[in-house]
Design a protein around this ligand. Structure first.
Ligand code: ZN
Length: 124
């Protein structure tokens, strides 16, 4: 298996419902996002997936979240826009655009601060 990773990010506000702590109030983060993709085979140029293409696909999804109040998004109307759920959202949307039988999105990590990160992945 080959694995590649790109880094990106977006800025957004959220509030966590029924949290009962500081994060229940409206506040924002400069979220950092790491996207990992795996491939069984390399293409003719020796790449698993072109970094540029993976970055572009990621950016399209992050642009939908950038400078928004995440709780207003229909996806987060019922479920909390926690870093974990944001990672799922990015993972599910990105795999629709990327998985092709060779390349699969393997992990999405969402950092809400320098020291706090939540990841989502599927499988074992
Ligand atoms: Zn927060």
């Amino acid at each position: 298996m080959y694995e590649v990773m790109i880094k990106s990010g977006f800025s957004a506000a959220h509030s966590l419902r029924e949290y009962g702590g500081k994060c229940e109030g409206l506040h924002g983060h400069n979220f950092r996002v790491d996207v990992h993709a795996r491939a069984k085979k390399l293409d003719g140029t020796g790449m698993a997936i072109d970094f540029r293409i993976l970055k572009e696909k990621t950016q399209i999804i992050l642009n939908q979240l950038d400078h928004t109040y995440l709780n207003d998004s229909p996806y987060f109307s019922e479920i909390n826009p926690s870093s974990e759920n944001i990672a799922v959202y990015i993972f599910k949307n990105l795999e629709k655009e990327t998985n092709d039988g060779n390349v699969v999105i393997s992990r999405v990590a969402v950092w809400e601060s320098e020291s706090s990160c939540a990841s989502y992945y599927e499988g074992e």
